[in-house]
Design a binder for this molecule. Structure first.
Ligand SMILES: CC(C)(COP(=O)(O)OP(=O)(O)OC[C@H]1O[C@@H](n2cnc3c(N)ncnc32)[C@H](O)[C@@H]1OP(=O)(O)O)[C@@H](O)C(=O)NCCC(=O)NCCS
Length: 215
């Protein structure tokens, strides 16, 4: 269900495309240590969050999609952020080709080369929920809305989700959404128990192909 372009309504949430006007709300999510720890060894600065919001705004305009801020439909409090983004064409994401069908669409590049060159037919999905809203199914609700948007609105061929191997909460969301484990890749991140990031941290990859999507 949607009212204006990109905005979605789920049973309990209003999902709004991230733009610079929502940088503070994005900060409320990514400023929580329980969230930023999964994305790097250091807390992001407010300036960095502002840059991320600007990139997301650009991606919504040029790629037709990026992450949403999630708000309670009743009350309007910031619940989290999540949803889709087009995957960059780079060596990191190139590791995912082996988990996709060996067909031309998997490597086809989106027409808009800005804000970054991206794959045209498959996207990444993710979620982050503020501490006080965890354990209530909100991440799964955001994820389901993302899959509907990917397959029914954008006509995507596949959606993938990646997280550090030891992120059991995020992996549980992928499983609840019916996204099957496909394998692992190595990328920059914090290995369990480590203080410093390393280049070859293990990430699991879960994949849902359009043909497997029950709709
Ligand atoms: C990953 C993350 C979003 C998962 O949040 P979560 O609250 O565990 O996931 P959900 O919102 O889907 O909630 C699921 C729980 O709510 C319960 N639940 C209650 N009502 C529910 C409903 N209507 N629908 C689905 N689940 C419901 C489920 O049974 C499950 O319970 P459990 O925790 O006892 O297993 C959260 O841990 C987080 O923000 N982590 C930091 C950021 C992060 O790691 N992001 C991913 C990086 S790739």
């Amino acid at each position: 269900m949607s009212d204006v372009e990109g905005v979605r309504l789920t049973p309990r949430l209003r999902l709004d495309p991230v733009d610079t006007s929502r940088a503070h709300d994005l900060w409320l999510v990514h400023g929580e240590e329980e969230v930023w720890r999964w994305y790097g060894a250091h807390a992001p600065t407010r300036a960095r969050i502002g840059e991320r919001a600007a990139l997301m705004e650009q991606a919504w305009r040029l790629h037709g999609v990026h992450k949403w801020m999630a708000y309670e439909r009743d009350g309007g409090r910031v619940v989290g952020r999540g949803g889709l983004s087009r995957t960059p064409v780079d060596a990191d994401w190139g590791q995912v080709y082996r988990f996709l069908p060996d067909e031309p669409w998997a490597r086809q590049v989106h027409d808009a080369r800005s804000p970054y060159p991206a794959h045209a037919h498959w996207l990444e999905i993710g979620w982050a929920v503020r501490h006080r809203f965890r354990g209530q199914g909100y991440a799964t609700e955001i994820g389901r809305a993302g899959l509907v948007f990917a397959f029914d609105v954008l006509g995507a061929r596949a959606v993938v989700s990646c997280t550090l191997r030891h992120n059991v909460r995020s992996r549980a969301v992928m499983e609840r959404l019916g996204m099957g484990f496909a394998g692992e890749i190595a990328s920059r991140g914090l290995v369990e128990g480590a203080v410093h990031e390393q280049d070859d941290a293990p990430y699991v990859v879960h994949v849902l192909l359009r043909d497997e999507w029950p709709g």
